[in-house]
Design a protein around this ligand. Structure first.
Ligand SMILES: [Mn+2]
Length: 427
């Protein structure tokens, strides 16, 4: 399933080693396995940092890096779960050491039971210890919870060592994608594209949002053996005005729009698509007017995703384009805009989220809006207009690769209204 080779993970570890201070150890933990109900778990999703550095998707994995250690076998060590009889009976096989080496490219793989002893042996010769700690993601049930608990424990046991934060260093690396990462994201996008085209003719009044969700899930499995990159948003009518709606239980009614925000995940990498379609198969005049505005802003905003620009700046420009469109749609008037409080622009009543976020192993990937964009960064471009009073929410979203001429990785996914209506007629 994971088509990435160990070369990528080796390269990622080498890039991280360069950022560490001399004589440092870095420790990366896997994500927590969250409980769904008593003794039964949710589907497991590895932490993105562990995926980035090892490709290992299995729980209870720990990576220890000590790049300056004189002995090669201490420089990269991976600790994994041992398959005892009980594990074999209840959960089945876990990776062998050899399998873990084949996936990650790490030669020295040990069982978890050896971790603490190993650390106490190597800590003596380390100047700094890098841990996943800080306030980035403190919730008890967050995937990073294990990392933070581990960091607290280690800090208590070794109070005389100097501790540093590893997450900002990994974030810095993860923001700029290697070609192989872009290739795998393109695969995820292709599966999302196919799925979208296949479900369009199925959409009709009388179905329920979760039936559409099931059609998507089935096609992700069939077309690419992929999970969703995030809980899909299948929002009809009024629900389309709720930004992160994912209850997905309402009936579809003729005359309403259906907002779809979904994406396949491939080898841990996300794709992130939004389209809004008419449930009847034809946009009403009002829906079409709003759609035109959103599409125009998406097409203009993606041109701004060039090296040196920032998401912060793109948001500002998209905001003023939005003002113009909302005036045209008679939702705002110019004199009110002239008088508006600049810190609380009026367009935010109808467009309350940013135009863009980073995409990668996390669908909302690491990086912040003030970071200067670089070639190889991947961004969403997702303007939307949400009119609660009219029960219409329209969002369009493509994934854009930052370059001198930005590359729209989703420009072959139908987005023109005529194209959408034509595909829906094939029912
Ligand atoms: Mn998005």
């Amino acid at each position: 399933m994971n088509k990435l080779t160990p070369e990528l993970f080796k390269k990622n570890r080498a890039k991280l080693a360069v950022l560490l201070k001399p004589g440092s150890i870095a420790i990366i933990c896997s994500a927590a396995h969250s409980l769904r109900t008593r003794s039964l778990y949710n589907e497991y999703r590895q932490s993105s940092n562990m995926l980035y550095l090892t490709g290992i998707m299995q729980e209870d994995t720990t990576l220890v890096l000590f790049p300056d250690h004189p002995k090669k076998e201490f420089r990269e060590v991976l600790f994994i779960r041992y398959t005892d009889e009980k594990t074999l009976r209840w959960e089945g096989y876990k990776h062998s050491k050899h399998e873990a080496t084949l996936i990650s490219g790490i030669d020295n793989v040990k069982w978890n039971s050896e971790l603490i002893k190993f650390l106490s042996a190597i800590f003596k010769s380390a100047s700094y210890i890098y841990l996943e700690m800080g306030d980035e993601w403190p919730a008890e049930d967050a995937p990073a919870a294990i990392s933070y608990r581990f960091a607290e424990k280690i800090k208590k046991e070794y109070p005389s060592h100097s501790f540093k934060k590893i997450v900002p260093l990994i974030n810095k690396l993860r923001m700029v994608k290697e070609n192989v990462e872009i290739e795998i994201i393109k695969e995820a996008i292709e599966i999302t594209n196919h799925t979208f085209c296949e479900i369009l003719p199925l959409i009709k009044p009388g179905l329920y949002e979760n039936e559409i969700e099931a059609e998507i899930t089935m096609r992700f499995t069939k077309n690419g053996r992929c999970p969703h990159a995030y809980l899909p948003i299948i929002a009809s009518g009024r629900n389309s005005t709720i930004l992160h709606y994912n209850i997905n239980r309402s009936e579809l009614f003729s005359g309403d729009v259906l907002l779809l925000d979904f994406g396949a995940e491939k080898a841990g990498y996300a794709s992130d698509l939004s389209r809004t379609v008419p449930i009847s198969g034809n946009f009403t005049k009002r829906q079409a007017d709003i759609y035109k505005s959103v599409l125009k802003i998406m097409n203009e905003a993606k041109k701004l995703m060039v090296p040196g620009n920032t998401i912060y700046n793109i948001n500002k420009i998209a905001g003023s384009m939005m003002e113009e469109e909302l005036v045209r749609l008679k939702l705002l008037n110019i004199s009110d805009i002239r008088k508006q409080n600049k810190k609380k622009p009026l367009y935010k009543k109808y467009y309350m989220h940013g135009t863009s976020h980073f995409i990668g192993l996390d669908v909302h990937d690491c990086g912040n809006p003030k970071i200067s964009l670089r070639k190889g960064m991947l961004l969403s471009c997702e303007p939307g207009i949400y009119i609660k009073e009219e029960g219409i929410g329209i969002r369009l979203e493509n994934d854009i690769l930052v370059d001198k001429v930005p590359i729209d990785l989703m420009d072959n996914i139908p987005v023109e209204m005529e194209e959408i209506e034509e595909l829906m007629r094939r029912r």
